[in-house]
Write a protein that binds this ligand. Structure first.
Ligand code: NAD
Length: 272
C-alpha cells in the first residue's frame, strides 16, 4: 500500500469512500454496460463505479466467488453477474443475453499476464493462453455486442491494453504482442464503426495494485528477479479505482469526441 499513488494531494485512492465522493451521479443513467474481468481488480472497480453512476452492469468473470462478492458489495441492485469464460462462445452468448437486448457499453477488462519470459523461454502453452484470453476474448466480445450497438447506432467500447502495448520492456513477449494486438482491434473497430455512431478506445495502464500478478498465467512468477527489476522501473503503482476513472471517462458521454485513442493511464510512465 505504501506504493499506492496519491493523486491531487488527497487521501489514498484505495479508500472506497474517496471514490464514492468523486462519482458523477447519473452519468450512466439508463445505460447498460458489459464489464468483463469484473470479479477483481480493474473490472471490479469499473463495475462498481458504473453502477454507482446509475448504469446497469452485466458483470462477467470466470471466477464465481469474486462475482458474488461484487454483487453483495453493491447497494445499487444494478449489477447482474454472469460466470463465464470469455474464450468460450456459449459463455459469451450468455453474457450478451444477460444484457437483455440493449448494450450501450462494453469494457473488455478480463486478461492475464505472462511470466515476463523472453521469446526463447516462452512455451506454446503460455503464448496460446495469453492470446486466447487477451486477444481472442476481446475480439469475440466485441463481435458479440456490435449487433445491439449497430441497431441503435450508438455504443462505446473500451479495451484494456497495457503499458506493454506501448513499449517493449514492460512484460514478456506473449503479453507484449497480445496487448499490441488489442491496439490493432481498437483502431480497426474505431475506424469501421465510427460512421455507425460507435466509439472504440483503449486505456493503457501502467502498474496497478491488483491480483493479476499472483494468479492467471500458468506459472506466474511475481517475485522472481525479472519482475523485481520491472517493479523498480515503473512509477508508483496506481489503484484499480484510478483505472476505473479513465475507463468510465471513455465509456461515458464525457468521451463523446474520442475514438480510436490509446489513452495511457500510467502516471506518466510512457513519457520516460
Ligand atoms: P485481475 O487479475 O485482478 O483481474 C482480471 C480478471 O479477469 C480476473 O477476475 C480473472 O478471473 C478474469 N479472467 C481471467 N481470465 C478470464 C476468462 N477466460 N474469462 C473471464 N474472465 C477471466 O487483474 P487486473 O489488473 O484488474 O487486470 C485487468 C486488465 O488490466 C487486464 O487486461 C490486464 O492485462 C490489464 N492490465 C493490468 C495491469 C496491472 O498492473 N494490474 C497493467 C496493465 C494492464
Amino acid at each position: 500500500d505504501a506504493l499506492v499513488r496519491r493523486v491531487g494531494g488527497g487521501p489514498a485512492d484505495a479508500d472506497e469512500s474517496v471514490w464514492r465522493e468523486r462519482i458523477t451521479p447519473g452519468r450512466f443513467d439508463g445505460r447498460t454496460v458489459v464489464v468483463t474481468g469484473a470479479a477483481s481488480g480493474i473490472g471490479r472497480a469499473t463495475a462498481h463505479r458504473i453502477a454507482a453512476e446509475g448504469g446497469s452492469v452485466v458483470a462477467a468473470d470466470i471466477t464465481e466467488p469474486g462475482l458474488e462478492t461484487l454483487a453483495s458489495e453493491s447497494d445499487t441492485g444494478r449489477i447482474t453477474t454472469v460466470t463465464g469464460d470469455i474464450t468460450r462462445d456459449d459463455d459469451i452468448d450468455r453474457i450478451v443475453t444477460a444484457a437483455g437486448g440493449r448494450i450501450d457499453g462494453l469494457a473488455n477488462v478480463a486478461g492475464i499476464v505472462d511470466d515476463f519470459s523472453p521469446a526463447h523461454e516462452t512455451s506454446d502453452e503460455m503464448w496460446r493462453r495469453v492470446f486466447a484470453i487477451n486477444v481472442d476474448g476481446v475480439f469475440r466480445l466485441t463481435r458479440a455486442v456490435l449487433p445491439a450497438m449497430l441497431e441503435r447506432r450508438a455504443g462505446s467500447i473500451v479495451n484494456v491494453a497495457s503499458e506493454a502495448a506501448l513499449r517493449g520492456n514492460a512484460a514478456g513477449v506473449a503479453y507484449t504482442a497480445a496487448k499490441h494486438a488489442v491496439v490493432g482491434i481498437t483502431k480497426n473497430t474505431a475506424f469501421m464503426y465510427g460512421p455507425h455512431g460507435i466509439r472504440v478506445n483503449a486505456v493503457a495502464p501502467g502498474g496497478v495494485a491488483t491480483g493479476i500478478a499472483h494468479g492467471g498465467a500458468p506459472d506466474s512468477a511475481w517475485g522472481n528477479e525479472r519482475t523485481r527489476d520491472f517493479l523498480r522501473m515503473i512509477p508508483p503503482i496506481a489503484t484499480a479505482q484510478h483505472l476505473a476513472a479513465s475507463i468510465t471517462f471513455l465509456l461515458s458521454d464525457d468521451g463523446v469526441n474520442v475514438s480510436g485513442a490509446i489513452l495511457p493511464s500510467d502516471g506518466g510512465w510512457s513519457v520516460q
